[in-house]
Design a protein around this ligand. Structure first.
Ligand SMILES: Cc1cc2nc3c(=O)[nH]c(=O)nc-3n(C[C@H](O)[C@H](O)[C@H](O)COP(=O)(O)O)c2cc1C
Length: 409
């Protein structure tokens, strides 16, 4: 693997996350200082040139999303920046690493985004059980206000930005961006119909930029070093580093920051030290519950947006759940389908009923009786008719499972 600079975890474990001085002494807020010689337009250009794509799961180009948000409803007196720190995808535990170990990095990324889209208010919607992250962010936000990095006329660059933290109540669906905005407005976590997208009509009807924690954490690097440095990392179409969350029976589990394009084999056998004694690699579930299975034949695939898409696979949030030869795949699939049933909000019929039907089918005692065609057809039907991406998700693990393993016997 070519050497590369760490972006999201550069300071992780090396600085005191409660100290703004530590952040400043290690190059923190240099990007904000650079903003004084840049226009919002030039920031947008730089981020677009970097090729950064959203790290929350969908991989949407970040610069383009910022441009849409910046140019929609020009007569609106407000626009918002919202950080999605809900981190609800099973197998995903990367955003907390950034928030626990380098909370100022997230805040700096959000300030840059606010400058680019001319937003005056920002919120971090955080998973309510993330106590150390909440503590560190509350402390970091306070210190930023005290030192003039938040509030009125930040560093005399003419930017006013108020930032607040909002704790979620533990709903998977509230990580979906429009449901998140409903919840942030104080309403029940039901999805909104898309379009309009948040860029057009988001929080309280105003243009809103919603990005994931990891996505924001890349902005200071891009602005400080320039997009030319950023595009040296990764593949032709997938730029930068990615946090991979590896769980399962490998020797070293955890969060690893690696360039996009690393292969599954390198990740498992080099970075994670291979399978634990007595276990053989069978598959990896990429992207969490709303992700896809990849078996042995995919070990040499580059973990990058374009290469995975070509194979019908997904990178998603960066979760890599290792499945070994002793894993009971039926139990695993049942757990995934139970999760979807439990988290379905019940607003639309295809998802409310469909998730139950899928769970009932997989729960049959005799594996030979499980009708794989039913699972496939029902999940495809749900994908076509459900109101929001939750109901559109079960087809991903089911279809990829059937492709590689056929049945549960
Ligand atoms: C059911 C569901 C749950 C989601 N949960 C999260 C989450 O916990 N964190 C996150 O960043 N994105 C989550 N997303 C993706 C968001 O809807 C959205 O794409 C993301 O916040 C955009 O940020 P990005 O462009 O930086 O990736 C979820 C999507 C769905 C459909």
């Amino acid at each position: 693997m070519k050497s590369f600079p760490l972006i999201s975890l550069a300071r992780s474990g090396k600085v005191n996350p409660k100290s703004i001085e530590d952040y400043l002494n290690t190059g923190g807020f240099e990007a904000i200082k650079k903003l004084s010689s840049m226009s919002p337009e030039s920031v947008l250009d730089e981020i677009e040139k970097s090729g950064l794509r959203g790290r929350g799961g969908a991989g949407f180009p970040t610069g383009l999303k910022q441009r849409f948000t910046s140019s929609s409803c020009l007569s609106c007196e407000k626009r918002y920046v919202v950080c999605n720190a809900d981190e609800g995808e099973p197998g995903t535990f990367k955003d907390r690493m950034i928030m626990e170990t380098d909370p100022f990095l997230l805040i700096e990324g959000m300030i840059i985004a606010a400058f680019a889209i001319r937003a005056t208010n920002a919120y971090i919607y955080i998973r309510g059980e993330y106590y150390p992250s909440i503590e560190n962010l509350e402390n970091a936000i306070k210190q930023c206000y005290d030192k003039g990095f938040l509030g009125k006329n930040i560093l005399n660059i003419g930017l006013n930005l108020e930032m607040g933290l909002f704790k979620g109540a533990g709903s998977y669906l509230c990580g979906e961006e429009l449901t998140l905005l409903e919840s942030l407005e104080g309403k029940r976590g039901y999805p909104r119909i898309k379009p309009p997208f948040p860029a057009e009509k988001g929080l309280w009807g105003y243009p809103t930029l919603v990005n994931n924690v990891e996505t924001f954490s890349h902005l200071p690097f891009i602005i400080s070093n320039g997009s030319e440095d950023y595009i040296k990392i990764g593949t032709a179409e997938s730029k930068g580093t990615k946090l991979f969350c590896v769980s399962g029976n490998v020797n070293k589990t955890g969060v690893f920051e690696l360039p996009l394009g690393v292969t599954l084999r390198e990740l498992i056998f080099d970075v994670c030290g291979g399978m634990k004694d007595g276990y053989k690699f069978k598959a990896a579930l990429l992207g969490g519950a709303a992700g896809t299975f990849a078996d042995q034949s995919m070990l040499d695939i580059a973990l990058a947006y374009e290469t995975l898409k070509k194979e019908g696979l997904t990178l998603g949030s960066g979760a890599v759940i290792i499945v070994d030869d002793k894993t009971d795949l039926k139990k695993m699939m049942k757990s995934i389908l139970h999760f979807f049933k439990h988290e379905s909000c019940g607003k639309c019929v295809p998802c409310r009923i469909g998730t139950r039907l899928l769970l009932n089918e997989i729960s049959k005692q005799n594996s030979a009786e499980i009708d794989m065609n039913f699972l496939l057809n029902e999940s495809e039907y749900m994908a076509k008719t459900s109101l929001c991406p939750l109901g559109q998700s079960p087809v991903l693990p089911i279809k990829s499972y059937i492709r590689f393993f056929k049945n549960f016997q």
